[in-house]
Every structure is written in C-alpha cells, then in structure tokens.
Design a protein around this ligand. Structure first.
Ligand code: ATP
Length: 365
C-alpha cells in the first residue's frame, strides 16, 4: 500500500523582503498506485510541496501521512519514499550499479549478494543491464535518467517523488522517456507525485492533475476534468494549447439576455442563461481555439474578425484573429489559407463556451 495524504500543508519562507507563502494550505488524498502531477507556472510552489512531502523542507503547518501513519517528523530516509531529480544527482565516481545499490546499502540490512540480485533484476526489467558497469560521464542524459530511476525503483518505496525528471532531455527523448516512465510506474504500481511545468506532460501522464498558482491549489482533477470543466479562469488558461481565448463582457437583460462588449454581442440560449442568471452581470467568456467556428456573416452570433496571421500545421491551421483590439486564436480543421487583413466571421457554439465570474474568475458555467 502507498496511500499518501497531505493535510493543510503550508510553507512560509522568511527572507529580507518579508514572508513568502510558497505553499498555502495544500490538501490532497492520493490513492495507492496513483500518479498525481503537480503543475503550474514558475514559482507557484510545486517543488516546495514536493520537498515538504519528501522531508527535505520542514512544513510551517500541516501533516503528511503514508498509509495513515504521520511521517511529518520523520527524516527523509524514514519515509519510505524515493525521489528522482531533474539533474539525476548520480554519484560521479560510482558505476551505475554502485549508484543503484547505494541507497539500499544505506537504508536496509540486505547482504551484498541480495543487493546485487535486486539491482540486476530491476536493471533487466528496465533494459539497462549493459549500463551497470559504466560511470555517469560514460552515459547519455537519457541513460543517466534511467539509472536514476532504477536507483529509486530498487528501493521499492511506497511513494515516488519526481521533480521535473525529464526536463534536461531533448524533446524527442523526453517523449520517449515519458512513455517509459509511465509504463514503469504502472508496472510497479507505486504511488507517484510528479512535478512539471509542462502541461502536455501533465495531461498525458497523470491520473489526476493538481494545478497550483501562487502557492494555492486551484483544481485537483483528472486531465479531462481540468480541460473540460476548469474550476476557474486560471486553470482554463493554463491547461490546453494554444490557450483558451477570453473576452470580458457584460450581461444585458433589457431584451433577450445578451453578453456585450464594445466590439460584439453574443445572445445567450435559454439554458445557458439559466446557468448564469443571478450570478452577477460581468462575465469572462472563454472559448478554446478548436471550438471557434468559421460561419457565414448572417449566422446568429456571428462575430466579424480580421485575419492577422495563419499558421498551417498540416492537419489543422492556427488562425490568429483580431476582434476589436484583442487578438485571439482559432484552430480550424485542414490546410486553410486566409489572406492577412481579410475579415471573416466566426462564432462560439453555446455548448462549448465557458463563463467565469468577471470579478473572481470562478467558473459559473
Ligand atoms: P519552478 O517551476 O520555477 O521550479 P516552483 O513552482 O517549483 O517553481 P518553488 O520552487 O516551490 O516553485 O517556489 C515557490 C516560492 O517559494 C517562490 O516564490 C520561491 O521564490 C520561494 N522559495 C522557494 N524556496 C525558497 C527558499 N529556500 N527561501 C526563500 N524562498 C523560497
């Protein structure tokens, strides 16, 4: 078992400029075998959260429990966790075998033969037997990261903690290692907390994503929940590429309920209005680029937009448009050529629009 519970985790750093709340009341229950990705912009508190779980930082408040046991005051080596870092942190003078064996020598009373056997078993499962006699400077970045992973796996921890483990690899290797890492995690079934700032990595690898901003947890949900039902404007803008488009609008209920700003009007369907009625009169409308539709000018809710640039990607085309003084993106199917400066009409299907409270940014629909 490796159930991990994080309760009210808060970490405040004090430096010359005052208090920095790096992690603010973070809570999560992570199931045995689950892979959770902590994601968010630089400085949002991902690494600090992970380091508190690992015991490398002392929380200001809060508790860390593994299988119901409070490990908050335990030393890192007594938490049954193994950490994998971005820079691999291999010992340069030890071989891959020595590196993989080292943690076991320090934390268990296994004999040399037993340790050798376990290292070889894991190396075979990972297909890195040939590397065991080599030192880190004889290994490529990808091979070093495999050894660093192997070192974590041989310890058979309850929990893996990974801090941007793939970020030093080139794009192609990163994609390959992502798949490898995922299948290893599933094979060994080890509960994993994985930190990245790369939302593609978060979307593709995780069972659930924890989106952080300014030390605060914004949403904890499956990748598709965070994508389709973002809890607020921040999550909506962070998850998805190219990013969701946003428009600030006011609700006009003089006639049929309509969202308006200085450049366009968008009449709401009854069921959409029913969702937002009474929640305020200023909204942010969000629409993902792939949900923007090109339509004839006389379509209901057609919005005129000036084409700025088109970027053909083969299967789809990114079209950068200007509506008033605001630029936004439409992802249109196929290979489309549109002249810069030309005016087209687009609309946002009602079932695809997201509406956020104009003041708080919380999702209202
Ligand atoms: P990145 O993606 O850039 O690594 P992160 O999301 O991992 O960022 P953290 O490294 O956890 O963010 O930092 C969160 C906040 O805490 C930042 O404002 C950072 O400057 C601050 N911080 C982190 N460690 C310390 C420290 N030892 N002393 C003071 N402030 C710190």
């Amino acid at each position: 078992m490796g159930e991990l519970e994080i309760r009210n985790l808060t970490k405040v750093f004090n430096d010359d400029s005052g208090d920095i709340v790096a992690v603010d009341d973070f809570e999560a229950e992570i199931e045995d075998g689950e892979l959770i990705v902590l994601v968010g912009p630089s400085g949002c508190g991902k690494s600090t959260t992970l380091r508190c779980i690992a015991g490398l930082e002392t929380p200001t408040r809060g508790d860390i429990l593994v299988d119901g046991n409070d490990v908050t005051d335990n030393k890192p080596k007594n938490r049954d966790m193994a950490m994998v870092f971005q820079n691999y942190a291999l010992y340069p003078h030890k071989t891959a075998r020595g590196n993989m064996a080292f943690g076991l020598k320090m934390t268990t009373d296994l004999s040399k033969e037993e340790i050798d056997e376990r290292v070889e078993e894991v190396a075979a499962m990972m297909g890195i037997e040939d590397l065991l006699g080599k030192k880190p400077d004889e290994l490529s970045g990808g091979q070093q990261q495999r050894v660093a992973l192997g070192r974590a796996i041989v310890r058979e921890p309850e929990v893996f903690l990974m801090d941007e483990p793939l970020s030093n690899l080139d794009a192609k290797l990163r994609t390959q290692m992502r798949t490898e890492l995922q299948s290893l995690q599933q094979e060994f079934g080890v509960t994993t907390v994985y930190v990245t700032h790369d939302q593609t990595e978060a979307m593709t690898m995780s069972d659930r994503i924890a989106v952080l901003n300014g030390g605060q947890l914004q949403q904890l949900g499956t990748p598709l929940e965070c994508y389709h039902e973002p809890a607020n404007r921040f999550v909506a803008s962070f998850i998805g590429s190219p990013s969701m488009n946003f428009f600030e609008l006011e609700l006009d209920t003089a006639g049929s309920p309509t969202l308006v700003n200085e450049t366009f009007e968008y009449e709401l369907d009854d069921d959409v209005y029913a969702d937002v009625e009474g929640t305020g009169d200023r909204f942010t409308l969000g629409i993902r680029p792939e949900d923007v539709e090109a339509v004839p000018a006389d379509t209901r809710n057609a919005i005129p937009a000036e084409v700025e640039v088109t970027e053909p990607l083969g299967d789809v085309t990114y079209v950068y448009l200007n509506v008033g003084d605001q630029q936004y993106t439409a992802t249109l199917e196929g290979d489309i050529v549109l002249e810069a400066g030309r005016t087209i009409h687009v609309t946002f299907p009602q079932e695809k629009i997201h509406l956020f409270d104009g003041d708080t940014g919380e999702a209202v629909r």
